[in-house]
Design a protein around this ligand. Structure first.
Ligand SMILES: NC(=O)c1ccc[n+]([C@@H]2O[C@H](COP(=O)([O-])OP(=O)(O)OC[C@H]3O[C@@H](n4cnc5c(N)ncnc54)[C@H](O)[C@@H]3O)[C@@H](O)[C@H]2O)c1
Length: 247
């Protein structure tokens, strides 16, 4: 496993689930990390034993002015950002056919899953360009590749994230910045636990391995994607679906 000593990572949605799992693994590997989440209590509880190598920011990542202030603060304190991992996300209302979808909820899901991830890159990339180095990872989803019935907002917003990853990978391919995505199938986290059983069964039954992925599996793959060793892959959506998406 590569050591990340001397590197600074910014991770959104770090108080829970996948963001938390990846953050802890990066900390163990020597990175300094700045963690952004709307859930202040969750952040403080999760990272109370790691005071020296973390900075915690309670922020709604859809509020770009507030995020800009946070990023300036990180740069003032630590002087650089090597890695950006966008984990903050929501499913919105699920188990609902498209003709019954609530437009307000559809917009809310896009605002966080797509616009939130986009704004993070818009604010961080200029700094990475100055240093000619960066590793960006967007958390997409199998739902964005395959389309999960009953999950229009989530699936379409994650498809948009996959599209953005392809665009950004090409746009910065001649710099030292790579932009990739990761598309897990079902990983047992609070996001999945909050969904109706019917919807989770629908998704898990489609996985050839007939099981959920683990946080350790997500974190291992994510750490490779944001490492220096991952230097010839950009614009790509890595699969983590137990055989469901073989492309
Ligand atoms: N769990 C899965 O099976 C799975 C599968 C595929 C993709 N994903 C994606 O992985 C990412 C993480 O999912 P998870 O399962 O860990 O979810 P989770 O619900 O456990 O964690 C999401 C985190 O995002 C934070 N958050 C929500 N809205 C925010 C906002 N406006 N500003 C800042 N923080 C906010 C939450 O407080 C929470 O800590 C999401 O983008 C999700 O779509 C998850």
């Amino acid at each position: 496993m590569e050591k990340f000593s001397g590197q600074v990572a910014v991770i959104t949605g770090a108080a829970s689930g996948i963001g938390l799992g990846i953050s802890k693994k990066l900390l163990e590997s020597g990175a300094k990390i700045a963690l952004l989440d709307i859930d202040q209590e969750g952040l403080e509880e999760a990272f109370k034993d790691f005071k020296n190598s973390v900075m915690l920011y309670s922020v709604n990542i859809t509020h770009s002015r507030a995020v800009e202030g946070v990023l300036n603060n990180i740069l003032d304190e630590w002087g650089q950002i090597d890695i950006l991992i966008n984990c903050a996300g929501m499913t919105g209302i699920t188990n609902t056919q498209s003709h019954l979808v609530d437009e307000e909820n559809l917009r809310e899901v896009f605002e966080l899953n797509f616009m939130g991830a986009f704004m993070m890159t818009k604010l961080v990339i200029p700094h990475m360009l100055d240093r000619n180095y960066g590793r960006i990872l967007h958390l997409a989803s199998i739902a964005g590749k395959e389309g999960n019935a009953g999950m229009l907002a989530y699936s379409a917003s994650k498809a948009a994230v996959i599209g953005m990853t392809k665009v950004q990978g090409k746009e910065y391919a001649e710099t030292g910045i790579t932009v990739n995505a990761l598309a897990p199938a079902v990983i047992k986290t609070p996001l999945v636990e909050a969904m109706p059983d019917e919807q989770v069964t629908y998704m898990t039954e489609k996985i050839p391995m007939k099981r959920c992925g683990t946080l350790a599996e997500v974190a291992d793959t994510a750490l490779y994607i944001v490492s220096r060793r991952n230097s010839f892959t950009t614009g790509f959506t890595f699969d983590l679906s137990g055989g469901r998406a073989t492309y």
